[in-house]
Write a protein that binds this ligand. Structure first.
Ligand code: NDP
Length: 460
């Protein structure tokens, strides 16, 4: 027995060294791409047990292949502003992995977008999409364009120019983009219009998140936020806890945040705070979601204006302070690395019970360690926010069948999918001796599905 244990330890050490070597290669080959390195590190660290048990993944060079995008496209996006000035932005699309289906993943318009951001998002998307159980590969895209303060005409001209180039690389059976930060219903409409004009045909399945009147799915708008709450609800139920009567904080006030708030409130929670990139509001009686929707979905205004409608609420400049508000459940739904180690410690000191990542990679690696060390239930992004892409896949299915399902049908399917994702993450975590660690569970579950398909398809 002692010899066996020693041998197993030796194997783990060899695998750790191998994983570290591949990771060092990633850093060397992709210098200065810190967000991408962070996403790879999180996945690699959690794969050590599965690689130790199944060395076929090492022999087939899966790690070396899976970190390298199948294709990375970068392009010029020229457009003219309202004053007649020529502007140039940079567009991206990473077609990361098509082992289990066509590339699928959103488009982000934000000034922070660069190759590192797009690659971290695309890399995570591979495993998330596999977890959904739908036949979709991983991709992501966007541009370093700032939609803030732009007129509707400027948004349309930029978006049309972006699609003029992107249209060469996408299609309903090859690559199907959707929304993300800065790309909502309005932008998807303009993108779809331009694609249709260029192609001269109605290929509804080329984009998801479309308006319901022209090929969109009921329930897509709500899917990511609702799905995050469904996932957290499963974690809570397993521990005899629930949203009912809980105090919740949701960062952001965009698509994911708004519908996370809506579902949490429907399940009996009180959501006391939300934010945008300028600051946060705190309404101790529970925030009024109708006001947030009007400000953000209709008027495209700042969250600070909330207090003009609800003088009893407080507005604070800066985003980090939101995590100092005591809560039972925290749902980071804005952007990457919004919870650092200090914020995580503050949440733990305030007795937080569960975290559900609605945004992609909102917690730093150090923050995650703080949550895990303190037994906080932790729903990682790949699993917790997979509801959006799941319903996107349902939108594709409806488009190819030329049918549309009711909101209830879609919502029921979403609930089933989120439950399945929870169960498979939980199962994998238990199988590899880290029960309750949904990061390891989700990564292993998504990875093995993609890796097995890659092995079947040969070295391509
Ligand atoms: P939106 O653009 O609709 O909303 C983003 C929200 O986050 C806004 O309130 C925005 O504030 C805030 N925000 C953006 N950048 C920052 C920043 N640097 N610091 C603080 N706050 C910021 O985007 P989504 O709701 O679609 O996306 C939010 C997150 O969820 C992203 O991480 C995205 O990748 C992820 N996600 C989205 C899915 C979807 O279906 N939409 C699916 C899965 C994941 P402001 O208005 O001031 O910019």
């Amino acid at each position: 027995m002692a010899i066996l244990v020693k041998t197993e330890q030796a194997e783990v050490t060899i695998v750790k060294e191998y994983v570290n070597d591949v990771f060092e290669q990633v850093k060397k080959r992709n210098p200065n791409e810190v967000e991408f390195h962070q996403a790879v590190k999180e996945v690699f660290d959690s794969l050590i047990p599965v690689l130790t048990k199944n060395t076929k993944y090492i022999h087939h060079g899966i790690l070396e292949r899976i970190v390298e995008p199948e294709r990375m496209i970068s392009f010029r996006v020229p457009w003219v502003d309202d004053q007649g000035n020529v502007k140039v932005n940079r567009g991206f699309r990473v077609q990361y992995n098509s082992a289990i289906g066509p590339y699928k993943g959103g488009l982000r318009f934000h000034p922070s977008v660069n190759a590192s951001i797009i690659k971290f998002l695309g890399f995570e998307q591979i495993f998330k999409n596999a977890l959904t159980g739908q036949p979709i590969g991983g991709g992501k895209g966007g541009a370093d364009f700032d939609p803030k303060g732009k007129s509707d005409g400027e948004i349309m001209r930029f978006t049309q120019s972006f699609m003029t180039e992107l249209s060469k690389y996408i299609g309903p059976d090859t690559d199907i983009p959707a929304g993300d930060i800065g790309v909502g219903a309005r932008e998807i409409g303009y993108l779809f219009g331009q694609y249709k004009k260029i192609r001269g045909g109605y290929e509804a399945g080329v984009l998801t998140g479309k308006g319901v009147g022209y090929g969109g799915s009921l329930g897509r708008k709500e899917a990511t936020g609702y799905g995050t709450v469904y996932f957290v609800d499963e974690m809570l139920k397993d521990k005899g806890l629930s949203f009912s009567g809980s105090t919740v904080i949701v960062s952001g006030s965009g698509n994911v945040s708004i519908y996370a708030i809506e579902k949490a409130v429907q399940l009996g929670a009180k959501v006391v705070a939300c934010s945008d990139s300028s600051g946060y509001i705190y309404d101790k009686n529970g925030i009024n979601l109708d006001t947030v929707k009007q400000l953000k979905e209709v008027e495209y205004k700042r969250i600070s204006e909330y207090v003009n409608h609800h003088p009893e609420a407080e507005y604070h400049e800066g985003c980090a302070g939101i995590w100092s508000i005591p809560c039972d459940i925290a749902l980071p739904c804005a952007t990457q690395n919004e919870i650092d180690e200090a914020a995580a410690k503050q949440l733990v000191a305030n007795n937080v019970k569960a975290i559900g990542e609605g945004a992609n990679m909102p917690s730093t690696l150090e923050a995650i360690s703080v949550f895990l060390e303190n037994d906080v239930l932790f729903g990682p992004a790949k699993a917790a926010n997979a509801g959006g892409v799941s319903v996107s896949a349902l939108e594709m299915a409806q488009n190819s069948g030329r049918i549309s399902w009711s909101f209830e049908d879609v919502d029921n399917k979403l609930q089933e999918i989120m439950k399945d994702i929870y169960e498979s993450s939980k199962r994998s975590a238990a199988e590899y001796d880290v029960p309750g660690n949904f990061i390891v569970g989700a990564n292993i579950s998504g990875f093995t599905k993609v890796a097995d398909a890659m092995i079947s398809q040969g070295v391509i």
